[in-house]
Design a binder for this molecule. Structure first.
Ligand SMILES: NC(=O)c1ccc[n+]([C@@H]2O[C@H](COP(=O)([O-])OP(=O)(O)OC[C@H]3O[C@@H](n4cnc5c(N)ncnc54)[C@H](O)[C@@H]3O)[C@@H](O)[C@H]2O)c1
Length: 267
């Protein structure tokens, strides 16, 4: 069996109803894992799980609001019951609200802090509690948090978002240190995706033009590509495959790390 193989692993992906999270859920399943898709979007999330089930994967959907602790408690319990355990948690749910820092609205920054920082912190908390010895799953595992290239470079128009994604990076590293020191058997890493044209990624390019930072959406996207040594935007599969790697035994000696998956944009 390949060290990349996830046969027998049980995974939960937040924000798995669409975009990068959907791709991650599908890639984890394609590599052998059973998967629970967790999201606020019930119809889309259930459809992703249903499609996986049709392909023979043990899969399900749970309604989970990452900002709500009770929702995490119920969602993890439901996922562990459905899958018969939990070894992989991908904290992917996130929101981005662009603004010039001279103009930002406190309520928008609060929303990003709630979802991106508190949501990821609660995910780590409940993931560790479930996977550590004595937890509902109790067999150790891997937590992968989705940060952003925005945590590694300064791009205009996304100060608040960048701050929250830098926080995801720090949460990851401290969680990895604690999990190691306390013998939880759980690795904790994060990924810094580059720009991918999902709902969020496309809106970000529109925002850049609307904020007057670039003359057009095309020029905003062109600037990102020009800053990227690989010479293209990211694709959903680029991010999904990196998550599969970090979830797998191929990454068994990797914890507390941040993996850029950005075509070199942040280097
Ligand atoms: N697309 C990009 O260019 C890009 C780049 C770097 C990082 N990221 C990060 O990748 C992740 C996924 O981004 P995407 O492009 O797929 O975005 P998206 O907007 O297409 O999908 C985000 C998903 O998260 C869900 N979500 C939002 N708030 C939630 C909550 N409170 N509880 C549960 N689910 C919630 C949404 O319903 C949605 O399904 C995000 O964390 C984002 O910040 C995206």
């Amino acid at each position: 069996m390949s060290v990349f193989d996830l046969a027998g692993r049980k995974a939960l992906v937040t924000g798995g109803a669409r975009g990068l999270g959907q791709g991650m859920a599908e890639a984890l399943a394609r590599n052998g894992a059973s998967v629970v898709v967790a999201d606020l979007l019930d119809v889309e999330g259930a459809a992703v799980a249903e499609q996986l089930a049709k392909e023979g994967v043990t899969a399900g959907f749970v309604h989970l609001d990452v900002t709500d602790e009770a929702s995490w408690e119920a969602g993890i319990a439901e996922a562990a019951e459905l899958l018969g355990g939990l070894d992989v948690l991908v904290n992917n749910a996130g929101v981005e609200i662009s603004a010039l820092i001279s103009e930002f609205r406190p309520e928008d920054l609060r929303t990003m802090l709630e979802v991106n920082v508190l949501g990821t912190a609660l995910g780590i908390k409940h993931g560790l509690r479930a996977m550590r010895p004595g937890g509902v799953a109790g067999a150790g595992g891997s937590i992968v948090n989705i940060s952003s290239v925005a945590a590694t470079i300064a791009f205009p128009g996304i100060s608040g978002y960048s701050a929250t994604k830098s926080a995801v990076d720090r949460l990851t590293r401290v969680a990895a240190a604690e999990a190691g020191k306390l013998g939880y058997g759980v690795r904790v890493n994060c990924v810094y995706p580059g720009l991918v044209p999902t709902t969020m990624g496309n809106q970000l390019a529109v925002d850049m033009a609307e904020l007057g930072l670039f003359p057009s959406v095309e020029e905003a996207v062109g600037t990102v590509v020009a800053l990227t040594p690989s010479g293209r935007l990211g694709e959903v599969a680029d991010m999904a495959d990196a998550v599969v790697f970090l979830a797998s035994d191929a990454a068994r000696f990797i914890t507390g790390a941040g993996l850029p998956v950005d075509g070199g944009m942040g280097s």
